[in-house]
Write a protein that binds this ligand. Structure first.
Ligand SMILES: NC(=O)C1=CN([C@@H]2O[C@H](COP(=O)(O)OP(=O)(O)OC[C@H]3O[C@@H](n4cnc5c(N)ncnc54)[C@H](OP(=O)(O)O)[C@@H]3O)[C@@H](O)[C@H]2O)C=CC1
Ligand SMILES: CC(=O)C(=O)O
Ligand SMILES: [Mg+2]
Length: 753
């Protein structure tokens, strides 16, 4: 990799793959396997029944097995990314990677299969025999020209979709990006002059698709390692290259690219020089798509041509033209209509859906998560981000519809709107929002104080926070101790800012400031001096108040209550705010915000209403349309109780304020969360299950949150602290490194404001 671009080290990549269970995949059972009865149903004798049913009617395999949602990612490792032929075994990390992307982005179950042969016929035979197992086949990183023969033959022989992603996935994305880049530069596909570097799987398919979309044959010059593929060339040719041979006198890339509008790179790292870029037409379009390193690094291309639109296959530069934007959603749509194949109309539908999506306004809840850094169609946003939560619904439904219209859907969808809603429900918006929050933090790195930096878990979080580019950690601790621990973690202490509360030059100013604040509350100046020197929470809070940082994380070494008391000696509540806490439970498809889980033992009606409003705001910033339930043991007054008035008054306060979210109460959690139970109360004003639960008191809130954290399968974020004049977050003593990093990022990105 180019040094200037490095975001991760080689060691980090190896550690990522080896930590915990080696690799990136495990198989999880979808049915309970707890009792003898479960085993009898799952295996012998019960399993014999679906066996017979499938024998009698093969289509029922989709009802009784995982086939319908299962895709194989299959390679022989002959063209691993742009690294070349490194063999089947070495391709396994990439194939496992594709399999987990299928799951992450489109809830498609996927398994990698590496086949040890470079003989196309043996490969074809091996894959063909797998048809009963899978709902679809994603061929990957197989070199041209064998990939063309392999895909074509398997498509003919198999009755499930077979798709070589490097060919068509790449072509779909590149075409979508090209359509938008042409739109932005006022070009028409009919007129543009394109040079495609590379004449392999990806390059041939991209060229074919863009020609099918209207780029004239004579406007494309293709190059391979031997230079331009011109009419009459004999060396290193095959029938697929010949089909794109150009009538030209240019013989190498440097000659071919003079005056070209578009460079499509599907070849290898550093194949394009700055001088070549300089010779292109005004406002050149440069898609340097080789992985992991592009044909030219974007800063070099930008320096050569400030007027260029630049895209790469990488996630760490704008405009990621990478097939990850396509294959999960394309297969989602194909599987959902049980398509027999993936045909041209389905590919073109995906390409247009992607191009169109980039032009549409980002929805409010997505925009909010970007913290003001909203993506807007333009030169640095010609294609959606893979984390755009709309991709699944838009692309999969376009593909499903095209499959139906072109007659390859075995199970057409009757109600497209219901299908689109089901696609939305497959994803939890929090997952994509969290990803976006991380990206927003990376885009505007903030200074975050880690007050307990001598603690291993905290220091690890600070190092990760910095290494992942989320911001600048400001460490509090004794220099020698923190330095020694940083070295132990493999970090360079010179890159970290350490503040020692005994020796800091800021101490005198801090003491003045705090003495001024506390002198009439019974503190002597020497008490204050001791507090500042000895108490890291007080020292950290003062650093924050003196604008030395944007946010602070603490709480690992003391109880929540004690930590908060220390902080409050320095920091006030926000004007007109009640400090309180939120725990967020993030499940596979749902998120629930619970408040107040940390501060107010018996909140008043006014406080409950305030907590509801602020928690609704956090829910919205995390991608949800808030629906607030005020929880109680009582359901709309039954049974009656002494404690109900607060809750009912809180609802009345909101009635008067008319907030822009749904709220209702009093009700117990089962009514709030279970639509079937909620139906018994037709007057209930919630339009669906609640996702913000305002608890009646700290006892119930804190105990519920802790029970859920210990027993539940959901990921728990928090507690988040709201309502303090500065961004300070108090973690729990049981926090892990990743809990602390998440809190630091949420605080830095302003989600907890
Ligand atoms: N961004 C994305 O989503 C994707 C990117 N890619 C990238 O595209 C590249 C090619 O992949 P793929 O098509 O699968 O591989 P193939 O092995 O099928 O094709 C590679 C092609 O690149 C050519 N090539 C290699 N080095 C050079 C060079 N220095 N100058 C000119 N041509 C060169 C080869 O030329 P010859 O024919 O003479 O051997 C061959 O035509 C890889 O870097 C891959 O990472 C691929 C898929 C998706
Ligand atoms: C992205 C991809 O498939 C490749 O580079 O091969
Ligand atoms: Mg690939």
């Amino acid at each position: 990799m180019n040094d200037s671009d490095v975001q991760i080290t080689a060691q980090e990549a190896l550690d990522f793959h080896s930590q915990g269970r080696p690799g990136k995949i495990e198989i999880v059972a979808t049915k309970p396997m707890a009792t003898q009865r479960d085993l009898s149903l799952a295996y012998s004798p019960g399993v014999a029944v679906p066996v017979q049913a499938i024998y009698d009617d093969p289509a029922t395999a989709y009802d009784y097995t995982a086939k319908g949602n299962l895709v194989a990612v299959i390679s022989n490792g002959t063209a691993i990314l742009g690294m070349g032929n490194l063999g089947a075994l070495a391709s396994k990390p990439v194939m496992e990677g594709k399999a987990v992307l299928f799951k992450r982005f489109a809830d498609v179950d996927s398994i990698d299969i590496e086949v040890k042969t470079e003989d196309a016929q043996r490969f074809i035979d091996a894959v063909e025999l797998l048809e009963p197992t899978f709902g679809g086949i994603n061929l990957e990183d197989i070199a041209a020209p064998d990939c063309f023969i392999i895909e074509q033959t398997l498509k003919e022989r198999m009755n499930i979709p077979v798709f070589h992603d490097d060919q068509h996935g790449t072509a779909i994305i590149a075409a979508a990006g090209l359509i938008n880049a042409c739109e932005l530069t006022g070009r028409s596909l009919k007129d543009i002059k394109i040079v495609c570097n590379g004449a392999g799987a990806a390059a041939i398919a991209c060229t074919e698709l863009i020609k099918a979309m209207g780029v004239p044959h004579d406007n494309v010059i293709m190059c391979d390692r031997s230079g331009v593929i011109y009419q009459g060339r004999t060396e290193g040719m095959d029938q697929w290259k010949s089909a794109h041979a150009a009538k030209t006198t240019a013989r190498n890339l440097a000659e071919a690219i003079v005056g070209a509008d578009v460079f499509l790179g599907l070849s290898a790292a550093n194949a394009l020089s700055a001088d070549m870029v300089k010779s292109m037409a005004p406002e050149p379009i440069i898609f340097a798509m080789a992985n992991p390193d592009p044909e030219i690094s974007p800063p070099v291309a930008r320096a050569a041509r400030p007027d260029a639109i630049i895209a790469t296959g990488r996630s760490d530069f704008p405009n990621q033209v990478n097939n990850v934007l396509c294959f999960p959603f394309l297969f989602r749509g194909a599987l959902d209509v049980r398509a027999t194949t993936i045909n041209e109309p389905m590919k073109i539908a995906a390409s247009h859906a992607l191009a169109q999506l980039a032009r549409e306004t980002v929805p409010e809840e997505v925009a909010a998560a970007y913290g003001g850094m909203m993506h807007k169609f333009g030169r640095d946003y010609i294609i959606p981000s893979p984390f755009d939560p709309r991709l699944m619904e838009i692309v999969a439904s376009a593909v499903a519809k095209a499959a139906m219209d072109s007659g390859v859907a075995q199970k057409p969808i009757a109600d497209m709107n219901a299908y689109r809603a089901s696609l939305r429900a497959r994803q939890n918006p929090t997952t994509s929002v969290l990803t976006q929050v991380y990206e927003a933090a990376r885009a505007k790195p903030k200074r975050v104080i880690f007050a307990e930096a001598e603690e291993d878990v905290v220091l690890r979080a600070a190092v990760q926070f910095k290494q992942d580019g989320y911001g600048v950690p400001v460490l509090i601790g004794r220099d020698a101790r923190v330095t020694e621990k940083l070295i132990g973690l493999g970090a360079n202490p010179d890159e970290y800012e350490i503040h020692n509360s005994v020796q800091s030059p800021l101490v005198e100013k801090m003491v003045d400031r705090l003495y001024n604040r506390l002198q009439r509350r019974g503190y002597l100046r020497r008490d204050i001096q001791r507090m500042v020197n000895r108490d890291r929470n007080i020292f950290g809070a003062l650093l924050l108040q003196m604008d030395q940082a944007d946010a602070m994380i603490t709480g690992v070494t003391r109880t929540f209550g004690q930590t908060l008391r220390e902080l409050r000696r320095v920091l006030d509540a926000k004007k007109d705010a009640t400090p309180f806490g939120i725990h967020v439970m993030v499940g596979k498809t749902h998120t629930v915000f619970i408040a107040d889980t940390t501060v107010n033992e018996r909140p008043s009606a006014e406080e409950l209403a305030h907590i509801a409003e602020k928690t609704a705001g956090v829910a919205r910033r995390m991608g949800h349309v808030p629906r607030v339930a005020f929880l109680s043991f009582s359901t709309f007054g039954n049974p009656a109780g002494n404690w109900l008035n607060n809750i009912r008054d809180a609802v009345a306060i909101l009635d008067a304020r008319r907030p822009d979210f749904e709220y209702e109460g009093d009700m117990p959690p089962d009514v709030a969360l279970n639509p079937a139970l909620m139906k018994n109360y037709p007057f209930c004003r919630l339009s669906g299950p609640a996702n913000v639960l305002v608890m009646p008191g700290l006892q119930s809130a804190n105990l519920s949150a802790k029970l859920l954290r210990e027993l539940g399968g959901d990921q728990v974020i928090g507690p988040m602290l709201l309502g303090i004049e500065r961004q300070v977050q108090v973690a729990t003593m049981a926090s892990s490194t990743s809990d602390l990093v998440t809190l630091a990022v949420l605080a830095a990105a302003g989600v907890t404001e």
